[in-house]
Design a protein around this ligand. Structure first.
Ligand code: TYM
Length: 342
């Protein structure tokens, strides 16, 4: 594998979906890869952010990376706005991506809602900036949750079109890395909706900074169905949850997936262990596990978020390394496009 790049928005309420779908995988990948992890503050301001909160949330996402075990000695950790290559390349890619491609982006439709005319231009062009994030490093692999798949496909299309238009092989075509038992963690209140930062109900998600009693309460109150838990025969030959089974019992499979991802064991094994169990019994075991795994991460995160000098130092050093990597790539792009430079 070549180079890994990924990012998380500093928009508050980091939750179990961000942790299991992305941050935990960042840690796994750092062992034997060249990894670059970004706090994407330029993406955050595509919707209104209170400036003081944005600063706080940028430190908090950085703290989450560090608390989860991302090692700044091994990986590059920085915030996007400190490295101008992101915005510069995004402009070139704005001129490569087609309106029709962006019009198909489901996340824009979801975020803009009914008032599309009122959405910022930045929100519309958001996926082009994401393509720039990845391509400014010539990253080859991008660990994300399932909800980012469409954006990654667009990045691939943009890289391909740039290469074709200019007759170059400048950009590698990056692959999404969507792995683990919880690539799409669902809301605890409704298994048909994704667990999300923006859900008005805090009971719908487990935040990375939740204390043990909050985690216990949210799992206890999580929606379930009346049947006992399914066994491994409900899974397909690859050990995955068939779509019909998931549709029939979304909450059950969501909680089982969360358990498997937290304990880091294959889903069929977990279903084997809990086959026929009642939810009340399973929820107790899940609570203990969630508290054991998330408890130390959450408290470390709070401690680090308060240590602004340390966190800001990590970001500054990371930004310097990021600039060193992007500068020759940006020069190469300028030469390819025909921009004159001294
Ligand atoms: P963001 O900040 O919404 O989410 C950060 C990461 O968490 C994953 N995620 C989930 N995974 C599983 N279940 C969930 N319920 C869940 N919710 C969120 C996301 O898939 C993501 O991996 N556009 C990106 C940030 C970004 C980026 C990039 C990512 C900007 N540039 C370049 C990769 C590469 C975003 O909004 O993620």
């Amino acid at each position: 594998m070549g180079r890994i790049f990924s990012g998380v928005q500093p928009t508050g309420n980091l939750h179990l979906g961000n942790y299991l779908g992305a941050i935990q995988n960042f840690v796994t990948l750092q062992q034997d890869h060249d990894c670059i992890y970004c706090v994407v503050d330029l993406h955050a301001v595509t919707v209104w952010q209170d400036p003081a909160e944005l600063t706080h949330n940028t430190r908090e996402v950085t703290a989450a990376y560090l608390a989860a075990g991302v090692d700044p000695g091994q990986c590059v950790i920085f915030n996007q706005s400190q490295v101008s290559a992101h915005a510069e390349l995004a402009w070139v890619l704005n001129c490569v991506a087609r309106l029709g491609w962006l019009n198909r982006m489901t996340q824009f439709k979801e975020k803009a809602g009914k008032h599309k005319e009122n959405a910022s231009v930045g929100l519309y062009a958001y996926p082009n900036l994401m393509a720039a994030d990845i391509l400014a490093y010539k990253a080859t692999h991008v660990p994300v949750g399932e909800d980012q798949k469409q954006h990654l496909e667009l990045t691939r299309d943009i890289a391909q079109k740039f290469n074709n238009d200019y007759g170059t092989d400048c950009f590698p075509i990056p692959e999404p890395l969507i792995f683990g038992a919880a690539t799409r963690v669902m809301s605890l209140r409704d298994g048909r909706n994704k667990m999300s930062k923006s859900d008005p109900s805090d009971m719908s998600r487990i935040n990375m900074t939740d204390e043990a009693d909050a985690i216990a309460k949210k799992i206890r109150k999580a929606r379930t169905d009346p049947d006992p838990l399914p066994g491994p025969e409900a899974l397909d030959a690859e050990g995955r949850i068939p779509a019909e089974a998931e549709q029939a019992r979304p909450e059950a499979y969501n909680l089982l997936g969360i358990y498997a991802a937290l304990v880091d064991r294959p889903l069929p094994e977990v279903l084997g262990e809990f086959e026929g169990a009642q939810f009340s019994q399973f929820k107790e075991v899940l609570t203990d596990l969630a508290v054991t795994v998330l408890g130390p991460v959450g408290s470390d995160m709070k401690r680090l978020t308060g240590d602004a000098a340390y966190v800001d130092g990590v970001l500054k050093a990371g930004a310097e390394r990021a600039r060193e990597i992007t500068q020759p790539i940006l020069h190469e792009v300028h030469d390819i496009v025909g921009f004159l430079r001294a």
